[in-house]
Design a binder for this molecule. Sequence first.
Ligand code: SF4
Length: 509
Amino acid sequence: MAEETGSDDDSPREACGVVGVYAPGRAVAHMNYLGLYALQHRGQESAGIAVSDGSTITVVKDMGLVSNVFDDRTLAGLQGHLGIGQTRYSTTGSSSWRNAQPVYRGMPQREFALGHNGNLTNTEALAAEIGMLPGLVASDSDLIAEMLGLEIVKVDEGSSDGRELERSLVKVLPRLEGAFSLVLMDEAHVIGVRDPNGFRPLCLGKLDNGWVLASETPALDIIGAHFVRELEPGEMIIIDATGHRSVYPFPPERIDPTLCLFEFVYFARPDTQLYKQSVHHARVRMGEQLATQAPVDADIVMGVPESGIPAAEGYARASGIPYAQGLVKNRYIGRTFIAPTQELRSLGVRMKLNPLRDTIEGNRLIVVDDSIVRGTTTRAMVKMLREAGAREVHMRISSPPYRWPCFYGMDTGSRSELLAANLTVEEIKDYLGVDSLSYLSLDRLIEATGAVNAGFCTACLTGEYPIAIPESLSKNVLEVAAPRAPESTNALFDTVSAEMPNHARAGDD
Ligand code: SF4
């Protein structure tokens, strides 16, 4: 549960948004800025843009939202006709300026910059392979840059033909495992890469005189580019003065499309197109499926703003029960609200959501949300609805129980923090204090996407990871909370909540 421009502790956090623009004669830095602005929901910790005028790359990056990092003055200093941008929420590597992207490397042969969305699963093994000391890898993105740099310096300076970055990628990419949608640039090329599973989205758009790469299609709209297509899993696209061409550097047996299913459920903007489907309409269909699967007699259907609303509309339409707005979201709350104590955190939900008493009082409510990850915000919201006079609260979730951590670029915490990994649905119902609780089945969810045969990662729902997770990543993370008696669940999760790492607590904003 969260809105598209923020996140909270009941939702996994998206890792990053990336954009790349090749447009001679245009204000490329401003276009990257606009693209990042449209992708702000994918990461709110840092933002950066790199541009080239054909001879030098200039990078500006800092901690903060896109609008905090850039203003007219900083953008004016970024002159060039090609550029890339990245907005980040850290999943590997600490949350510090050092890890803000684009990552830059300058060698005598070539300069380049890189923006990454996703998480590698073999960072540790690769770091050992290239002889980096344990603990010296700032992030998986930094490691990719290091590997590319090592390939580029092998080229004899005098024999440069300007395509060193492309050739280095062809050598390095097959060694990477996990999730990586990349945008890269040198002085003359913008390059996009999608991993062989296509975990994270990446699309191509066309301008009158150039090309755009972006994590999601609304970034193309805001720049004024026409959507051309999504990059294929395993595709590398090179854009330069001659147009664009594609290279496929991965062995065919590694191509296995498994787009993150949660892009459809929650992460992507509703106005995004994925697998040729409208995400908004898919979410409405999820609600319709939910109404068919888990009907209940009630007076109104309401959605939890913002991401639960399309599914609530679908539920209302399919059930014939009227839709009403029951919660008002504070639109201006950002990630800066970090409550230091449990007591203040429990007040946090009131800063985000406030009930509309007129809608709620005396009514039996069907409350639709997209997912429950840790459950603390949902529980506080249910309490609030009861206090506002709800007669009954029936919770309907437009995805299956979220039981397994994500290793492909979402920050969900460990299994011990995931409500559904530790409690049965009946126990969750009691923990949340609702009259009934139903989750949409996986089959119905996939049917609702409209892309039944396209291929999805469902690991956080099923535990079936498309790419094996090495023990170094999974140890401590896959353990559930200690065994407990069902009646002690409230105490258990108060404890879990209190033990959350600081970065997870920050999500209480
Ligand atoms: S584990 Fe879940 S959140 Fe992560 S990529 Fe797979 S479907 Fe998406």
